[in-house]
Structures are given as structure tokens and as C-alpha cells.
Write a protein that binds this ligand. Structure first.
Ligand code: C5P
Length: 227
């Protein structure tokens, strides 16, 4: 299992201070919409240079096949190690994207977002008219069929997604909290220990690390359960 630290603080300076504090640790950095929209590719480059760590660009692409595939190629050209798109963009979008990336000698890991971990069962039902687990497993199956490398899902769907596809199909799970920690806007939360038992390949932690009085100690605490 690997830990992705979400660089979701408000300013470039605050995020880079976190990167500095976490220097030398075996982790990934996740750059999401908030930091990317505010700071762009220069920020991605700066995080890479300062940390030497692999980058997960969490932009959750969701568009028609041609646009998503072009955007994916643009992301791959920048050399990030992993990015994602929404499975709900559809099988044709996922297949077109993977085809377009197939011309590259080396491509990033591509993940499909299934159900956002902020959804409660009721909220999810309202939009998708299906229980979360059923939909997440279905979306992951489409992503696997389209040639993607893995799925973004909650810790609670990780095992079932692997069982329905392939053990090597990656799961990346946000919504991870220390025992007794605040859930914030997340709904389906789990501890790093439970994530490890659920055989998640990656966990994402933002606020439990960013807002800790000692972010480095918080990362070491999370890493201590890793096998
Ligand atoms: O602060 P917290 O640990 O909740 O941060 C979770 C991070 O993971 C945020 O950057 C959020 O955008 C991202 N994420 C998520 N659920 C997904 C995909 C990404 O929470 N399904």
C-alpha cells in the first residue's frame, strides 16, 4: 500500500511547506482541482522538484471521448505518474483515452473514479438510482474492460472490486481517517489499518495530515500500518 498526501491547502506557499515537512518519506503527492486551478503546471513542477516524489494528478476528467483522450495525452506529456477520469463518462470515453495513450512508450497509471467517497447511500441513490456498492463494482468492471489500471473507490469496495476483476487491478481509496478523527465532508471513511486489511493499493489522506499539529508525525503514524 502507498500513501498519497492530498495537497489541498489554500495557498501554494502552505502546500509547499507541507511538501518540505514531508521530505524524504516514501509517499506520493496528490494535486487536485483546487491547487491545479489556482497554481497550474508550475506548481506540479515545483512539487516534483522539491519532493522527488511521484505525482497523482486528481483532475477527475469527465467529457466526451475525443476531448477526454486529448486531455489525457496532454497530462501524459507532462510526465505525471498517475491521473484519473470518471467512469461515468462511459466506456467509449475510457477506451478512446486508453487507445490514444497506447502510442506512448511510457504512460501514466490511469484510474477510473467510481463513486465519490463523499456520497451517502441516499445521496448516491438520488443521482444514480443504485446502491453505491453495486454501482462502484459495475463502474470498475467497465474500467477494467476498457483497459484502465484501477479504480478510485472507498475502502469498503476495494476487495469486491479486485475480486470482480483482477487482483492486480489497482484500488485507490480516499476518505481515510485516523481512529476517532473528524470525517469532514466524507461519508464512507475508514482507518489506514482497515484500508490495509482491505488490500487498497493506495490511500489518500488530506486533512488528517494537512491540519495535524505535526504533519510528519501524522504521516509516520499512517505509514506504520503499511505492510
Ligand atoms: O481531506 P481528505 O482526506 O478528505 O481529502 C481527500 C482528497 O481525496 C481530496 O483531495 C478529494 O478531492 C479527493 N478525492 C475524494 N474522493 C474521491 C476522489 C478524490 O475525496 N472519490
Amino acid at each position: 500500500m502507498k500513501l498519497c498526501v492530498a495537497l489541498d491547502l489554500k495557498t501554494r506557499k502552505e502546500n509547499l511547506t507541507i511538501v518540505e515537512k514531508l521530505g524524504g518519506l516514501d509517499l506520493w503527492f496528490k494535486i487536485g482541482l483546487r491547487s491545479f486551478i489556482a497554481e497550474g503546471w508550475d506548481f506540479v513542477k515545483e512539487v516534483r522538484i522539491k519532493s522527488g516524489a511521484p505525482i497523482f494528478l486528481d483532475l477527475k476528467l469527465c467529457d466526451i471521448p475525443n476531448t477526454t483522450a486529448d486531455a489525457a495525452l496532454g497530462i501524459a506529456d507532462r510526465g505525471v505518474e498517475m491521473f484519473n477520469l470518471h467512469a461515468s463518462a462511459g466506456v467509449r470515453t475510457m477506451e478512446t483515452t486508453m487507445n490514444r495513450l497506447s502510442v506512448l512508450k511510457k504512460r501514466p497509471i490511469v484510474l477510473a473514479v467510481t463513486a465519490l467517497t463523499s456520497f451517502s447511500d441516499d445521496e448516491f441513490m438520488e443521482i444514480y438510482n443504485k446502491p453505491i456498492e453495486t454501482a462502484a463494482i459495475e463502474m470498475a468492471r467497465f474500467a477494467y474492460g476498457a483497459g484502465l489500471d484501477g479504480a478510485v473507490c472507498s475502502v469498503y469496495e476495494s476487495k469486491a472490486i479486485k475480486a470482480a476483476n483482477d487482483d492486480r487491478f489497482l484500488t485507490l481509496c480516499p476518505g481515510v481517517r485516523f481512529e476517532g478523527g473528524k470525517a469532514n465532508d466524507q461519508s464512507r471513511v475508514a482507518t489506514p489499518q482497515i484500508a490495509s486489511e482491505a488490500r487498497c493499493d493506495f490511500i489518500v489522506m488530506g486533512r488528517p495530515i494537512l491540519l495535524a499539529s505535526d504533519p510528519r508525525a501524522a504521516v509516520l503514524k499512517a505509514l506504520s500500518v503499511f505492510c
